[in-house]
Design a protein around this ligand. Structure first.
Ligand SMILES: Nc1ncnc2c1ncn2[C@@H]1O[C@H](COP(=O)(O)OP(=O)(O)OP(=O)(O)O)[C@@H](O)[C@H]1O
Length: 314
């Protein structure tokens, strides 16, 4: 369990993390999302005792990181997979971590096996590919068999196989009852991996909600309607527009209706005796729901997002 209360970090005049109150619970994967510069890495660094909060606190299993007797046995982290001693072999890298935390040698071989690096354990990590480096970073996080795992951008730069591997390991760690907290910019990946998402913007909490709820709550859902008869189609568009909804024709014989429910569209069609071949609610993706949620919080946006959201303060 990770508990943040009033967690705040200021760098001079920049408030990187601004009064975060949050509990990250065991048994599920919690995704950590937010635009660039939102404060995700700073939050993770404070949980891991690498940055000192300006105010508030971050606790792992009820204790500050500095108070943990054997930190690696309570919390494992993957922060920067490239921050490795290039001249060391993978096995020696893990052995030195194990030694400093009173962890048995045999565990090193177990985690090498778990991440699929046994055959290259004697190779220098300076020669490792990005994917191998990420696997080694995850092996280091697993070394102390901790209850809490923190992965900052674990799939960054990985190929689809590597991404799938990280997903399956995150899911199985959560299924074992561990707390898994991971950040990623890959929304489609997050949608498949996380149960819960925490969204921050400009250091502040924007949402802490189950992934499915975030998607369902979004106002971006659309209704797809297929009308076989062209005259009926034009008629229905008129009726939908008159009722105050937005309708857009697609390349096939369908239309996409915004801000209406399938029931409302079905009733409008029924009143006019219009035959439908399809009437379906299309949920937005996590990415669309996320973009809607954070449109006011992006530090560096594009002109397009400025138009869509009606302006943001950069
Ligand atoms: N050591 C530092 N000194 C000064 N400012 C910092 C420092 N570390 C982070 N910041 C600032 O704090 C804010 C939050 O940065 P942080 O790296 O935590 O964001 P992030 O959400 O992890 O971003 P990204 O998604 O781009 O990795 C940014 O405005 C950043 O410039």
């Amino acid at each position: 369990m990770i508990t943040l209360s009033g967690l705040t970090k200021r760098y001079g005049t920049v408030t990187a993390v601004d009064g975060l109150d949050l509990t990250i619970t065991p048994g599920r994967v919690t995704g950590f999302l937010g635009p660039n510069g939102a404060g995700k890495s700073t939050t993770m660094r404070m949980i891991l005792g690498l940055d000192r909060p300006t105010a508030g606190q971050a606790l792992v299993n009820g204790k500050r990181y500095e108070e943990l007797r054997h930190p690696l046995r309570e919390v494992g982290a993957l922060l920067d997979a490239k921050a490795l001693h290039p001249g060391r072999t993978a096995r020696n890298h893990l052995l030195s971590m194990a030694r400093s935390n009173g962890i048995a040698r045999q565990r090193v071989d177990e985690v090498l096996e778990a991440v699929g690096l046994t055959s290259v354990a004697g190779r220098r990590v300076g020669l490792f590919s990005l994917g191998m480096g990420q696997r080694l970073g995850i092996a280091g996080a697993l070394l102390g068999d901790p209850d809490v795992l923190i992965f900052d951008e674990p799939v960054n730069g990985l190929d689809p196989d590597g991404v799938r591997w990280v997903r399956s390991i995150a899911r199985s760690l959560a299924e074992e009852g561990r707390t898994v907290f991971l950040s990623s910019h890959l929304m489609s990946e997050m949608q498949q991996t996380a149960d819960q998402v925490v969204v921050i913007g400009k250091g502040k909490l924007i949402a802490d909600t189950p992934v499915l709820e975030l998607i369902e709550r979004s106002s971006l859902g659309t209704v797809r309607v297929r009308v076989p008869d062209p005259a009926d189609r034009a008629d229905l568009v008129g009726r939908i527009t008159a009722a105050g909804f937005g309708a857009e024709l697609t390349a096939d014989d369908a239309m996409i209706v915004r801000s209406a429910t399938p029931e409302q569209v079905g009733d409008l069609a029924h009143e006019a005796g219009i035959r439908l071949h399809e009437l379906r609610l299309q949920e937005p993706s996590l990415e669309e729901a996320y973009m809607e949620l954070t449109s006011d919080s992006v530090e560096y946006g594009t002109a397009r997002s400025a138009n869509v959201t009606g302006g943001w303060d950069a």
